[in-house]
Design a protein around this ligand. Sequence first.
Ligand code: HEM
Length: 81
Amino acid sequence: MQRVFTSEELAAYDGSVSGRPVLIGYKGYVYDVTGRFMWMAGRHFWLRAGHDLTGRMTDSPHGEEILERVPRVGILAARPD
Ligand code: HEM
C-alpha cells in the first residue's frame, strides 16, 4: 500500500532538511527524487520539491515519461475544497 500525502505533509519533503527524503507531487502521485543530482537540495531549475508540480511540465525539455526514472512512493490526497 502506498502512503497518502496531504499537501502539508508533502511540503515537509522539500529538500530543505538534509537527510530527509525529497519528494514531488505530479498528477495525483508522489515521486521520490532523493539523491538525484538534478534535484539537489530540492531544487530543479526554478521548481521546488515538496509541491504538486502538475502543470509545471510545459516549459520543460522532457515530458512526464521522465518520472519513470524515479520511484513512485505515494498518492496525493485530494483537496477537501
Ligand atoms: C519546468 C521546467 C523544467 C526544466 C527546465 C527541466 C529540465 C530537466 C533536465 C534538463 C533534465 C535532465 C534530463 C536528462 O537527464 O536527460 C531533467 C530531469 C528530470 N526532471 Fe525536469 N525539468 C523541468 C520540469 C520538471 C517537472 C515539472 C518534473 C516533475 C514533475 C521534472 C522531473 C524531472 C526528473 C524526475 C528528472 C530525472 C532526474 C534524474 O535522472 O535523476 N522536471 N529535467
